[in-house]
Write a protein that binds this ligand. Structure first.
Ligand SMILES: [Zn+2]
Ligand SMILES: [Zn+2]
Length: 318
């Protein structure tokens, strides 16, 4: 099993701007001053070895879409704008034009989790089958409405792929695409659902768009049980602790520090902070990750937990 992040930004797409690219180039050139970079190889090795991620790369701006790879069919969580890049990559590889089967799990129906679907090329290809799962009663209506006038010119019913909707119930366990899948209800405006996926000895938990209260850290919290021993936990860490318990309380998201505490309690092996705040640039996200790792050293110095911050294009093998 592997997890590939196609879209990691929260709330709305966040493209990189020209002045931000210019600043990255400026910083890279400043840092190169004392290095002799006379060959392409030397330049590449300088980029890889000497530049921070914020200078040499970007966390990306696509909204939520995460692929669970290595399965008998294509399995995805959420249909944010990252779904478009996933579809394009599949078409390029020759595997997206059908017949292919897709299983798409929706955490909830806010637009940052739906808006990539009208641009998902495999949905336009006859012979493909797309199963869409969610726990909201109006799951199908949300997809139909998104592709209705005046919002979009092509109705859902005109797409070439066969599309089926399936309503799941929190607390139940389902066998889908060779995975054992369990949804859990999460506190978020309109409600959202996290999903745990297990295959053999591997467990992946996708839990975004959730505001946890203090009870989440109690030993009998259903979330600690839900996250327990996860090989990878994707956690909504849109906010800092100060934001989460201050001005943005009740906005429906959690903090990086709470993610660290809950992952430690649940003995998760790896934590990936997710639903990145659109107001944070790459430098700020680098600092956010650094602070999260620093907090782990203070909070649980003996914990083997590994912490990452999701970026568009990140792949984690479980
Ligand atoms: Zn969201
Ligand atoms: Zn939401």
């Amino acid at each position: 099993m592997y997890v590939h992040f196609w879209g990691t930004r929260g709330s709305l797409p966040t493209p990189l701007k020209a002045d931000q690219v210019r600043e990255k180039i400026f910083r890279a050139l400043c840092l190169s001053r004392s290095h002799t970079l006379t060959s392409d190889e030397a330049v590449r090795s300088f980029i890889d070895g000497r530049l921070s991620f914020a200078v040499k790369g970007t966390y990306g701006g696509n909204t939520a879409c995460v692929e669970i790879g290595g399965q008998e069919a294509f399995v995805l969580c959420d249909a944010g704008t990252g779904l478009r890049d996933f579809g394009k990559a599949l078409i390029r590889s020759g595997r997206g034009k059908g017949p292919a089967v897709f299983h798409l799990f929706l955490s909830h129906l806010h637009w940052d989790h739906l808006q990539g679907f009208p641009f998902f090329e495999p949905a336009y290809c006859g012979g493909n089958r797309i199963h869409i799962y969610g726990c909201h009663a109006d799951l199908e209506r949300a997809f139909v409405t998104q592709q209705s006038p005046p919002g979009f010119p092509i109705p859902l019913s005109a797409l070439g792929a066969e599309i089926r909707f399936h309503t799941l119930e929190a607390g139940q366990t389902y066998a889908i695409a060779g995975l054992s899948v369990r949804p859990i209800f999460q506190s978020h405006p309109g409600g959202s659902y996290g999903f745990s996926f297990t295959s053999g000895a591997k467990k992946f938990v996708y839990s975004t768009d959730v505001e946890h209260g203090p009870e989440a850290q109690e030993a009998d919290s259903p979330f600690i049980d839900f996250f327990r021993d996860a090989d990878l936990l994707v956690f909504d860490a849109q906010y800092s602790l100060a934001e989460a318990i201050g001005p943005k309380e009740t906005w429906g998201h959690s903090s990086n520090l709470l993610g660290v505490e809950m992952a430690v309690l649940a003995k998760a092996k790896r934590l990936c902070l997710f639903h990145n705040e659109p107001a944070l640039d790459d430098e700020a996200l680098d600092r956010f990750l650094g602070e999260s790792r620093q907090y782990l050293k203070i909070h649980a110095p003996d914990s083997p937990l590994q912490i990452d911050l999701a970026y568009d294009g990140l792949r984690i093998d479980l």
